[in-house]
Design a protein around this ligand. Structure first.
Ligand code: NAD
Ligand code: GLY
Length: 359
């Protein structure tokens, strides 16, 4: 088992990465000295596969779990779901020391984390991520929240879990498209922070695509280490944490103009990272050969690298980018690369250059 610590003073916690962790959920929660009553929040797909082993593990350790199942998909990240989770927690009489287990991908993690942050003004929660994206990104760092009609993640909090358990076995049932989407976040860590990781991904992408447990464990642990280092220095995104948004400005825009239907998040940020790499070649000196390496690696992972937009769609994309949370005083700020493994944040990019890149 690999363990990565997220260093946040008295809110520090471990991320454990190994096959077989779901069966140890109860024993791991027992070490945290929490109350007896708990609720597992999961979605219909994940619940079908993993709710029973999760419940049984908690029961074996003496806990009293109740199961809350939300519909699978982004629509579950809503205030309506939050309300229905509160009602279930109240009817199971969860108390201040009771806890929540978020069993699922980023949707469940963000929703359950927000419920934990706000129910009884905050009760503990444990993340048990089941998608690759959630293993390397959404379960770590404490961003929790839900969407509004006006936009994604507009209601939320910074609220850290007590523990993250990444069970590598859970990735076996993840549909291929979802798995590849998670690889977009994995590649992101190489570009923003670690040239050696990027080079390893170039070598080991075939092993990763075969979901080889040893390679996966090592790569997931490295991504979590990077996220832990960044969050440890800038929990609430006053500076450095912005680097985690590389490729997200255009990516979020693409998700928004396709009403969160056409692209998975990982697919949209794959295109967004290629666009950011091209802008970086113009503005921050990213060598052309590195733009090519970045492009090739996303292609090798089976991710989309281009998008065709007509002029009406381009106008909508710009409007969507301006609504993003990363906008400051009306200006869209970009994270750009100076080399593979080295990025700068808060960069202004002329609109004409964005237009030319998207063209
Ligand atoms: P998701 O949670 O919707 O899961 C993707 C699909 O896979 C769902 O249909 C789900 O039911 C299914 N699934 C999950 N695990 C499975 C498994 N092991 N086997 C079979 N099916 C499984 O999507 P996601 O990509 O994990 O997360 C996307 C969400 O994460 C977005 O809402 C995004 O905003 C959020 N996010 C949050 C952060 C953060 O820091 N909090 C970071 C990145 C993304
Ligand atoms: N996924 C971006 C962040 O956690 O900051």
């Amino acid at each position: 088992m690999r363990t990565v610590n997220v260093p946040l003073g008295n809110r520090s916690y471990d991320i454990k990465i190994s096959p077989g962790l779901l069966g140890k959920l109860g024993a791991e929660c027992a070490r945290l000295k929490l109350g007896n009553r708990c609720a597992i929040i999961t979605d219909t797909n994940v619940g079908r596969e993993y709710a029973k082993p999760a419940c049984n593990s908690l029961l074996r350790a003496g806990f009293e779990p109740s199961l809350v199942i939300v519909p699978a998909g982004e629509t579950a990240k809503s205030l309506k779901s939050v309300q229905s989770c509160y009602d279930r927690l109240a009817s199971h009489r969860l108390e201040r020391k009771s806890f929540i287990v978020a069993l699922g991908g980023g949707v469940v993690g963000d929703l359950a984390g927000f419920v934990a942050a706000s129910y009884l003004r905050g009760i503990p929660f444990v993340q048990v991520p089941t998608t690759l994206l959630a293993h390397v990104d959404s379960s770590v760092g404490g961003k929790v929240g839900v969407n509004l009609k006006a936009g994604k993640n507009l209601v939320g909090a910074f609220y850290q879990p007590k523990l993250v358990l990444c069970d590598l076995d859970a990735l076996a049932t993840l549909p291929t498209r979802e798995y590849r989407a998670g690889l977009a976040e994995v590649i992101k860590y190489g570009i923003i922070y670690d040239a050696a990781l990027f080079a390893r991904l170039e070598r080991d992408m075939p092993k990763l695509l075969h979901r080889e447990t040893k390679t996966l464990g090592e790569i997931i642990a490295r991504c979590c280490e990077i996220k832990a280092e960044v969050v440890g220095q800038d929990e609430t995104e006053s500076g450095l944490r912005a680097i985690l948004n590389f490729g997200h400005t255009i990516g979020h825009g693409l998700e928004a103009i396709s009403s969160y239907g056409k692209y998975l998040h990982g697919e949209a940020i794959s295109i967004g990272q290629i666009a950011a790499a091209k802008l970086s070649a113009e503005l921050t000196g990213l060598p052309e050969k590195d733009v090519t390496r970045i492009n090739n690696l996303f292609k090798c992972a089976g991710l989309p690298t281009t998008v065709t937009l007509n002029s009406a769609q381009r106008t909508k994309l710009f409007a969507a980018m301006k609504l993003d949370k990363k906008v400051s005083a009306g200006e869209v700020k970009f994270v750009l690369a100076a080399g593979i493994g080295k990025v700068v944040w808060g960069q202004n990019v002329p609109e004409s250059l964005i237009h030319a890149t998207i063209n």
